[in-house]
Design a protein around this ligand. Sequence first.
Ligand code: PTJ
Length: 268
Amino acid sequence: MKEEIEIPPDHPRAESLMIREKLVMNYRLGIVVSQGLIAHGRGEAFDYLLGERTIKPAFKAITASAAAMLLAKHPVISVNGNSSALVAKELVELAKITGSKLEVNLFYRSIEREIAIKRALIDAGAEEVLGIGNRASARIPELSSERRKVDVRGIYSADLVLLSLEDGDRTEALRKMGKNVIAIDLNPLSRTARYASITIVDNVVRAVPLLINEVKRLKFKSEKELLEIVRRFDNEKNLGYCIGFIAKRLMEIKKKKLLYPETLEGSS
Ligand code: PTJ
């Protein structure tokens, strides 16, 4: 059976299909695990409910995240198989403009995958990639998964960690270590979303470029202004708005009022 096809650019779901192709290609390269393809399917379902666009509460979380990254003394961007496949270039740019370190951290850890992801980040312009092999010799306390293995120069000593496509345990453990966590997760109900300090309920492919723009916009704000942006952000409330947005959208679809999803504004 032929598995690879050319996606017609005028196909109504071309963008979504091309993202799938990217993941499958990276699966073949050994960067994405088969479980990562399943995780992407869960993300797609939530993205569908959101209307496949960045909603207002996500914009608010992006602004708060940009301010928090600019304030952080030792920010680290955690990269796994799916995030490398989807936004390697953008994560490298985000790291450069925020002075963040890039660290590979995997649930399904193997040296082959670590090296493949490191190579993808280097090809995307990274100068240094942490968390490879025995450099990931520090441990996150109270965590038994492979994600506990971290680099002492990176996640272990970070004051802020940005992560995406994650299972909730590490977020909770990182928070217990006193770190700020920014999570990009399409599922506002996930444990990751609930435990993070700031959750961006959006697709990484949209959220990371927007975050880059927001960092550039806020870069020259004073520390006081940035602190005020972070202080005003309430993650629990914001997640409530995201859930409210989905509920409202579904009700409007049910009532057949919503012919064109783009006419529905994000609730805030
Ligand atoms: O590369 P590894 O070894 O670290 O493994 C990565 C996976 C993704 C397999 C692992 O972390 C995993 O199993 O994750 P979960 O528990 O399935 O959680 C993934 C979360 O990311 C879910 O809440 C999805 O809704 C969400 N998600 C999926 N695709 C996207 C997404 N969030 C943002 N953007 C996406 N494109």
